[in-house]
Design a protein around this ligand. Structure first.
Ligand SMILES: Cc1cc2nc3c(=O)[nH]c(=O)nc-3n(C[C@H](O)[C@H](O)[C@H](O)COP(=O)(O)OP(=O)(O)OC[C@H]3O[C@@H](n4cnc5c(N)ncnc54)[C@H](O)[C@@H]3O)c2cc1C
Length: 417
């Protein structure tokens, strides 16, 4: 189904509803611009919503996101479309015609999140929010603090009887099995790309054997394991056998600063690992932790945090790139590296290894398909009528994402004058 929607003159389109897109949308709307904020997920908040805590203050993601959700709720200038992506862009600076496609949620605005539909549903799907470490029902709430707070139905994961049971269970008539994809076109004066990042695929590094052992996880899986809303309710347990690990290894630059993978530094991975050491220490005061690194990069304001963690006598730092990780019969793994300072070969047997995988631009392929200007790594470059911000533009932390989103909003509001 296609429909034309008129957008008010000078409207701004923000693509991506993570912390950068939320910030850019609100900054533009609060000076009076009409803003369309589109997001491909069924919820706003992006990757920050998946973190257990975030530095520098180590607060839960809700403390930064919820205030933005309130501002969105209270601002009629921002129109949000979740489960929506850009299909085509034409026109030029000051006047773009953008075709968008919204996927069906199968749950309408009558949803009160009472959960009766999920109780009636026996079909399950892998929980992508928790990187497949657990399952949800086929009709599910994306996560505990989701905004908009509404269920979503994964129709493909549901049997015909299951669909009927879900529909019958809802006393608010919120289940609409006939919902269809919708295409619509907007005229906007400028576009802000805030499409963020995705974790670099750990299976690309053959030597790190990600698929060979449940003891090898990524840094984002660690965020979910440590989160109260995660698959283990916040206990850091080894996937598969639920062992409480007594020893851990962090493998820094897993794919980053490597011309065969990501040639750049992802900027936050050292800080993310230092932060995750605090998660481990809180739960396992005696655990032994080894960090394998090329260089430790904790720029400026983060130096003090690094110093505090390095004072922990049960954390050992080995300067050396990991050459190999091998699975052991007891469920653990051995991490092999050459110590670049002493020249010795190090073999460390641990219960869990965490790969500090980097951030690659999420919209790399889409940007190429739409003909957007990008650098060689797929980060979006600004042009006359479009701006990019946050991790769509460069691998950065939340504070820097916010700053670049404000700058992008400034540029966008000027384009429509
Ligand atoms: C392990 C790890 C831990 C981290 N911990 C911290 C921390 O403690 N503190 C900190 O400051 N930073 C941390 N970061 C970095 C932080 O996650 C990023 O700075 C932040 O997510 C950037 O926000 P963003 O909005 O630019 O991108 P994202 O969070 O990726 O949001 C982008 C949004 O755009 C949507 N999107 C993507 N493509 C499309 C499309 N084509 N159409 C529509 N929507 C689309 C996505 O679904 C997503 O919702 C961490 C990173 C990692 C890897």
């Amino acid at each position: 189904m296609t429909d034309e929607r008129s957008a008010p003159a000078g409207a701004v389109l923000v693509v991506g509803g993570g912390i950068s897109g939320l910030t850019a949308a609100l900054e533009a709307a609060e000076v009076g611009k009409d803003v369309f904020l589109i997001e491909k997920n069924p919820y706003l908040g992006g990757r920050v919503a998946q973190l257990n805590q975030y530095f520098p203050k180590l607060c839960p993601p809700s403390c930064g996101l919820e205030i933005n959700f309130q501002r969105i709720k209270n601002n009629r200038k921002v129109r949000v479309h979740t489960m929506t992506e850009v299909k085509n862009v034409s026109g030029g600076p000051g006047s773009y015609q953008v075709t968008l496609e919204s996927k069906p949620r199968y749950i309408n605005n009558n949803c009160t999140t009472c959960g009766a539909c999920a109780d009636a549903c026996n079909d399950e799907r892998d929980n992508d929010f928790n990187f497949g470490m657990d399952k949800t029902k086929a009709v599910y709430k994306p996560h505990d603090h989701a905004f908009p707070m509404k269920y979503v139905l994964d129709k493909d994961a549901c049997s015909a009887e299951g669909l009927q049971a879900i529909k019958d269970a809802c006393k608010y008539d919120a289940v609409d099995l006939d919902m269809q994809s919708k295409e619509f076109t907007l005229d906007v004066s400028s576009i802000v790309w805030a499409t963020g990042w995705q974790p670099y695929d750990p299976t690309n590094m053959d030597n790190l054997n990600f698929n060979e052992s449940n003891a090898i996880i990524t840094n984002m899986m660690m965020e979910r394991l440590a989160s109260p809303g995660g698959p283990t309710g916040g206990k850091i347990l080894r996937p598969g056998d639920n062992k409480e690990p007594e020893s851990f290894a962090f493998v820094q630059c897993a794919g980053s600063r490597d011309e065969n993978h990501l040639e750049y530094c992802s900027y936050i991975c050292c800080m993310a690992s230092f932060k995750q050491i605090t998660y481990i220490r809180e739960r396992y005061p005696e655990a032994k932790i080894t960090v394998f690194y090329i260089d430790l990069r904790t720029p400026g304001k983060y130096e003090k945090f690094r110093e505090e963690i390095m004072a922990d006598e049960n954390v050992t730092f080995v300067k050396g790139k990991v050459a190999d990780i091998t699975a052991e019969d007891d469920g653990g793994v051995t991490v092999v590296a050459e110590n670049a300072v002493t020249g010795e070969k190090v073999q460390e047997k641990v219960d869990m290894a965490i790969l500090a995988t980097g951030m690659e631009p999420a919209a790399k392929e889409q940007a190429a398909a739409l003909g957007l200007a990008t650098d060689d790594n797929g980060f979006i470059l600004a042009d006359e009528g479009m701006a990019a911000c946050g991790c769509a533009k460069k691998a950065v932390d939340v504070v820097t994402s916010g700053q670049s989103a404000t700058a992008a909003a400034m540029k966008a509001i000027q384009a429509g004058r």
